[in-house]
Design a protein around this ligand. Sequence first.
Ligand code: PLP
Length: 418
Amino acid sequence: MKINPNIQELKPSATLAINEKVKTLRSQGVPVVHFGFGQSPFPIYDDIVTALKKEAANNNYLPSLGLMELREAISNYLRKWHDLNYAADTIFIGPGSKELLYQTILILEGTFLIPQGSWVSYLPQIKARGGDFVILPTKADSDYKLDAVTLASYCQSNPEMQKSVILNSPNNPTGAVYTSKELEGLAGVCREYGLIVLSDEIYSRISFNSATAPSIASYYPERTFIFSGISKIFSAGGYRCGFMAIPQDLVHLRSSFQSLFSETFSAVASPVQYAALTAFRGSDGLDAYIKRNAEILNLIGTYVYKELSAAGILCTKPQGAFYMMVNFSPFQQKLNGLNLDSSESLASYFLDQLGVALLPGSDFYFPTEKPIFRLAFVDFMGADWPREAGAEEGVAAIKKYSPKIVEGVAKLVAFCKS
Ligand code: PLP
């Protein structure tokens, strides 16, 4: 049987392989610290669950672009939290931001630019539609953030074709957050060369230095598409609901999205859209909940960063989301002794020998021979943590409420010291 060669070329990612292996080991009773899995550790806020239950009997198909009340609520949400003006008719709802990104990639022609140190799914999505792509280099000393000079020099050498750059802040896999100044610099280059920006802001309110991470849309509204949803900020990944916002200047694209949505997923489940409505309308209680969750993640991320850095591992400093990159290059000699020359085989080694799951950097566009990994610090039950800020903080609290984090860190430190 012949299948689409673009699909045939896709391989299961190393991420999937590690996650499967962790599941198998755990089902056999083998203790594993799972630094591989990127799911919010917190329960969904009660009001959102209640809204979902209330609409459980709702069997209506909703409009393909989404429930108008929800699109209006997201328009207000973007204004309130990000000071951005995206009218409801430029906001579309889909079954996760991942699907919306894929549909956008299907619609857009040209070359997609991915900074090295980006989310695993961007490239397979581009490959699945047979699209062109370029991985743009980034540097460790700027936490693998794309800089304006690199972007400009690529655009100077390739002025002709249509280009879309994918930015993600707060970032998966690095935990880095672009500053307003950095985004302003990138926006200047984007404007000069007419770039389209696909801005993945799925972690926008899991930001440790401010209530929300800055958005490039503040500096380049005319060509920035925003992607977000309820998976991370509202801890509802399994509900499968995301949104995208397109620039007012490109509102004519709406009919292409509407057609593609209606011919593929039809519409997001009605009860889920009502649950999302409660999330985006927000309340004081929900805002406080999200803030506290971000504080807990900050506490844990800072702890992991400090401990591993003190042991000599090169880490990106998490400033948002729940990830960081950890680079074992200072231990290259020791790694050479293991005769493992790829981040995939080292990740397998860490899992088998230390009981610690990390994801290989090769899944995030780093060279396979570089001993760099993504560490997700969410192997704990968020519900165990006290809700009041400052109630119990510090290492004692991390030990009490997130013992696996402490255990995993200790194992990695012991490996480096042994
Ligand atoms: N973008 C990034 C950077 C992510 O980490 C994820 C999920 O892991 C997504 C997008 C997809 O989120 P959704 O659940 O909205 O499809």
